[in-house]
Design a protein around this ligand. Structure first.
Ligand SMILES: Cc1ncc(COP(=O)(O)O)c(C=O)c1O
Length: 390
């Protein structure tokens, strides 16, 4: 490659890195976008040598471009791009062995809770779920077998903010590693590795892709040793994503910062509107001064994101009315796309939690979750207003 194109983008702004990361890979025809290599296998030049790729489960140039971009954006040493966010969580959790104890937040994505509580527990891992906004509770949860601390911040669905640096320091004192699900904010708004986290996980289905047209995930590792181990696991378990999916995520990634800027500006306006509405009991959004961890969010995040939740005053009938009577918010699982979505965690994203676990986390039949998209915030507020006022 000539010196026309930079290989190290790390001194450039985040938005520039998003646009220029993972491109200039086609030296044959000089395409300005990353080519898709939809091939399962690659031919060998001799019995001893090949192009660097031999089989797409183990490695693929399109996926590699995405992995390089995501590792750079998160400040990690390496990344694997996986088929879903859950395969990324599973891949990261394979670092642990039977008997290991892991501390996790009580309020976390329901699918992660299901994997931990119903699957990995059966395989011999042990979990303690605590309110991680309370450092004394985290401290009390350590046992001599604790090997890992799982962080999800802001949490799904109640947007609790965990002090990443403090939890990471506690984990270090106990010789445990820290893993962080950064799905809700993306590396644009939060870089957990900068606070000492070892492993960062994403559902790239959400903000990183941003267009609700692919499911994917990634695991970013802080050190080359961890990156090597994660890459080995990803290949051994067959968790990697398809070339076409990797290409879609790369395409979505290019507009990440501009989408997040617009979506979070709307989210703040909507949160303020909801906060003063008489039918709303409580709004969960870290950008509000009333949020209990507002100052912490300000100190460790570059923005407050575009997810919010609220509790309605009169319980399920009002929650149901808001969900079903809005016109611009589809009632759907998932989040982070350009279209606004509304959901009822009890029967949707958090249905896989037991009622007791939901109650412990503070998720009730009054709780509604919103993913704010790219529609104009005046239209979104008017839509919520008419649904609430019916
Ligand atoms: C915070 C979080 N982590 C992980 C996942 C799992 O991702 P996927 O649905 O891509 O498997 C989700 C999905 O909603 C999520 O919200």
């Amino acid at each position: 490659m000539s010196d026309k194109h930079l290989t190290d983008l790390s001194h450039l702004h985040f938005s520039t890195q998003c646009v220029h990361g993972g491109v200039h890979k086609d030296q044959q025809y000089n395409s300005v976008t990353t080519p898709i290599y939809p091939t399962s296998t690659f031919y060998w030049n001799s019995l001893e040598s090949h192009s660097g790729y031999d089989y797409t489960r183990s490695g693929n140039p399109t996926r590699k471009a995405l992995e390089e971009s995501l590792a750079a954006l998160e400040g990690g040493a390496g990344c694997v791009a996986t088929s879903t966010g859950m395969s990324a969580v599973h891949c990261a959790m394979a670092l642990f062995s039977p008997g290991d104890h892991i501390i996790a937040p009580a309020d976390l994505y329901g699918g992660t809770f299901r994997l931990f509580e119903r699957y990995l527990k059966e395989k011999g891992l042990r979990f303690t779920f605590v309110d991680m906004t309370s450092l004394p509770q985290v401290t009390a949860a350590f046992t001599p077998e604790t090997r890992g601390v799982w962080i999800e911040t802001p949490s799904n669905p109640l947007l609790k903010v965990i002090d990443i640096a403090a939890v990471t320091a506690l984990a270090r004192q106990h010789n445990a590693i820290t893993l962080c699900d950064n799905t809700f904010l993306s590396p644009y708004l939060q870089r957990p590795i900068d606070f000492g986290v070892d492993i960062v996980v994403h559902s790239t289905t959400k903000y990183i892709n941003g267009h609700s047209d692919v499911v994917g995930g990634c695991v970013v590792s802080r050190t080359p040793e961890q990156a090597k181990q994660i890459a080995w696991t990803c290949n051994a378990l067959g968790l990697s994503c398809a070339p076409f999916d990797a290409w879609l995520v790369l395409r979505g990634l290019k507009t990440l910062s501009i989408r997040m800027d617009a979506q979070q500006a709307s989210a703040l306006r909507i949160a303020r509107f909801l906060e003063q509405h008489p039918l709303i009991e409580k709004v969960y959004y870290p950008g509000l001064e009333s949020h209990p961890q507002h100052q912490l969010a300000k100190s460790q995040q570059k923005g407050f994101g575009a997810m919010l939740a609220f509790d309605v005053r009169d319980g399920r009938p009002v929650a149901e009315r808001v969900c079903m009577k809005t016109h611009l918010f589809d009632v759907a699982e998932s989040l982070g796309g350009i279209e606004s979505l509304i959901s009822f965690p009890t029967t949707m994203s958090h249905a896989s939690m037991t009622p007791a676990a939901r109650a412990a986390a503070g998720i009730t039949e009054k709780t509604v979750r919103v993913s704010v998209g790219l529609e104009h915030s005046d239209d979104l507020i008017a839509d919520l207003q008419q649904a609430l006022n019916q």
